[in-house]
Design a protein around this ligand. Structure first.
Ligand SMILES: [Fe+2]
Ligand SMILES: [Fe+2]
Length: 334
């Protein structure tokens, strides 16, 4: 369907009607390219709705990366050993880098970085609601890596084949780093479970109890309540549905939990031989909508920290711009 252009046309605008016919042709060509599995580049023609969908998705993703630095940054100065501190520092820096690749990918669609950051800082834009939960213990650094980065990989691997090429290229780099994030988290938990004290094992279990349900909510609402999914799948932006990805994550994670020796906090979680998948209990979607709506445990704190970081960095941006202005005449003269 490509009635979008027609819908936005003012009545009686002859010139626009001609353009719309051209647009319809362009849209047909675009749809054919998508059907052939072709990738769309920044300079290629694309329907406005495709562009807007991508801007929303990529900018939300970028915001999630940089807000995601906050709950872990909180633990850098309290890491138990130098090795753990180095790993955590590297991971938090990776997340900052992911934000940069993604803002750059969204900029190719015509939205400036200032506009995107302004939407984040004024609360208009969303980011992944998982980062509105607090990190209360060192074990949370392991659990966030294992479950949160693990869920992120499950979500993001199919995006490496997203039809919009700049996004897909960014995702290939990001996914390589995300698998390191997941592995380091799992390894940190395994060390505590296998070589730690009873108190450390209890700390890991408590952490898994708190992060399990928010992690499986990261795949978004059930398919029948996810209005954008069908169009996004049609356009090759999304390759697997929320429920398919959630099931895949639960199947993989339930097995990893056994090796780790932790109990996942869901009494209904059990292998279903007939389905060849794990069954699991009902998800409390009211919590999900509440946290998305701004009323999670840390929403205000996270946004406050982001705005403060932006304000505190104003002098760096001003200095960089002043330096760049000074270099330009010199470069021209050379
Ligand atoms: Fe990331
Ligand atoms: Fe990550």
């Amino acid at each position: 369907m490509y009635t979008q252009a027609m819908d936005t046309m003012a009545p009686g605008e002859g010139r626009k009607a001609v353009r719309s016919a051209e647009e319809m042709q362009l849209e047909e060509r675009f749809e054919a390219r998508i059907d052939e599995g072709d990738f769309i580049e920044a300079k290629d023609w694309m329907p406005e709705h495709y562009r807007k969908t991508l801007i929303r998705q990529i900018s939300q993703h970028a915001h999630s990366e940089i807000v995601g630095m906050l709950p872990e940054g909180n633990w850098i100065s309290r890491a138990p050993t130098l090795k753990r501190k180095l790993i955590l520092l590297a991971k938090v820096q990776d997340e900052g880098g992911h934000g940069l690749y993604l803002y750059a990918a969204a900029e190719t669609l015509g939205r400036t970085r200032d506009e995107m950051l302004d939407a984040l800082h004024t609360g208009k834009a969303k980011y992944s609601s998982i980062f509105n939960y607090p990190t209360l213990s060192w074990a949370d650094m392991g659990t966030v890596g294992w479950l949160v980065d693990g869920a992120a990989i499950m979500n993001q691997v199919p995006l490496c084949r997203c039809s919009y090429a700049p996004y897909s290229r960014a995702m290939i780099r990001i996914c390589r780093e995300e698998s390191f994030h997941q592995r380091q988290g799992y390894e940190a938990l395994l060390t505590m479970m296998q070589q730690g004290t009873d108190a450390q094992r209890a700390m890991v279990q408590d952490s898994v109890n708190r992060w399990w349900w928010p992690s499986i909510m990261m795949f978004g609402p059930p398919d029948d309540q996810s209005p954008n999914t069908a169009q996004s799948m049609r356009w090759g932006i999304k390759r697997m549905s929320n429920d398919e990805l959630r099931q895949k994550f639960i199947d993989a994670t339930a097995e990893q939990a056994k090796v780790l020796g932790v109990t996942l906090p869901d009494p209904d979680l059990q292998w279903n031989e007939e389905r060849q998948h794990y069954d699991f209990g009902a998800i409390d979607w009211s919590e999900f909508w509440r946290v998305i709506g701004g009323d999670g445990p840390c929403n205000r704190e996270r946004l406050g920290a982001r705005v403060k970081a932006w304000d505190d960095g104003a002098w760096v941006r001003e200095a960089a711009l002043a330096h760049s202005a000074k270099q330009q005449p010199a470069a021209r003269a050379a």
